[in-house]
Design a protein around this ligand. Structure first.
Ligand code: FE2
Ligand code: FE2
Length: 192
């Protein structure tokens, strides 16, 4: 076990909180996907599964950063509260906005002071990817509120998830790179 400095202790606390948040988000979105499928909103279910995959990548990257600081972590996700899909999509949108506006900017400020590039990257990539989730969940909320059954919300479809940063897209542009982490979109995972 590495010796943990006081500085690293703060970074580990922030990484652990973010790791737990992402692990819980992954479990919650999988529960939301099941509910959406039961309501015949298969497109919404596809989005939830893609976002869950993305949150998995975020949790894994935060865990890797913690291992580099000498700490091995695990987290059993808490049971998600599942309501109607419209309410679930609103809940997801709110959670994403909280991560973008409060959670990640807060921990990033501390990480920048400590100049730990691994931690800065883990938080920055997650925060930027959450922005793609907020856009997609916002779209789902708008479609459900408008009762748009002729839209993607009812039919299972593919979303594309960057395995490095979790950026999530509606379309795949194979000859382009990820707008967040610059890895090739050839490497994106299709999630339906
Ligand atoms: Fe997210
Ligand atoms: Fe990426």
């Amino acid at each position: 076990m590495l010796e943990i400095s006081a500085e690293n202790e703060f970074a580990i606390q922030d990484l652990l909180a973010a790791f737990e948040d992402e692990t819980n988000a992954q479990a919650k979105y999988l529960a939301f996907a099941e509910k959406a499928d039961a309501e015949q909103l298969h497109g919404a279910a596809s989005l939830c599964r893609a976002a869950a995959r993305s949150e998995h990548f975020h949790a894994a990257r935060h865990a890797r950063a913690m291992r580099q600081l000498g700490v091995d972590v695990q987290c059993a996700p808490r049971k998600a509260e599942v309501k109607s899909t419209l309410e679930n999509m609103r809940n997801a949108l709110e959670a994403e906005e909280h991560e973008i506006v409060e959670m990640y900017p807060g921990v990033l400020e501390a990480a920048r002071k400590q100049r730990n590039q691994t931690v800065i990257r883990s938080f920055t990539w997650a925060m930027e990817a959450e922005k793609s989730h907020a856009v997609l969940y916002g779209e789902a909320v708008a479609l459900l509120e408008a009762g748009r059954s002729d839209s993607w919300i009812e039919d299972a479809r593919e979303f594309y998830v960057c395995p490095e940063c979790g950026y999530t897209a509606e379309t795949l542009k194979r000859d382009e790179s990820c707008p967040v982490c610059r890895c090739s979109q050839e490497r994106f995972e299709a999630v339906e």
